[in-house]
Design a protein around this ligand. Structure first.
Ligand SMILES: [Zn+2]
Length: 154
């Protein structure tokens, strides 16, 4: 890429952020620590149902590079990774709750229950006389299964 184009692109993409980041230190509360250590959860869920919107903190490649260059002891002193894991656990818990909720079948509304009862009544009226005397507690599904040809008979 031509130098001129690169300069223009930098101005468009990272210009303001880069100049903002230049004034920030690793420990500045405006700096996104998740981004420094790994991946910011805000970037993780982009364009999904769990999209949490853009991160309000600064994502600066320059600071990430600075952090990555630190010796392990210095990284541990900052404790960013510990916080990162704690934050991620929070997101994992939230996702698990969300999945649980999504998998719980919706409760039937009174209208749906009425319609179901009408259908069950219709089905029971269609039931051949020989099986019509079956206990009412047997669901239509059980009846349908019992009517289906078994593998043994094939
Ligand atoms: Zn972030």
């Amino acid at each position: 890429m031509a130098a001129e184009q690169r300069k223009l692109l930098e101005q468009l993409m990272g210009g303001p952020q880069t100049s903002r980041a230049a004034q920030l230190s690793l420990t500045d509360p405006k700096v996104c620590r998740s981004f420094l250590v790994g991946t910011c959860p805000h970037d993780l869920f982009t364009n999904t149902k769990k999209d949490v919107g853009p991160c309000p903190k600064v994502h600066a490649e320059s600071l990430k590079t600075e952090y990555e260059a630190l010796p392990e002891s210095a990284k541990q002193k900052y404790g960013f990774e510990h916080d990162y894991l704690r934050d991620l656990q929070k997101y994992i818990d939230e996702c698990n709750r969300w999945i649980e909720t999504a998998q719980t079948p919706p409760r039937e509304t009174p209208d749906e229950i009425r319609q179901t009862n009408v259908l069950l009544k219709t089905i029971s009226e269609l039931t051949p006389p020989s099986t019509a005397a079956w206990p009412r507690s047997r669901s239509s599904a059980t009846w349908a299964r019992s009517r289906a040809p078994t593998r043994k008979s094939q």
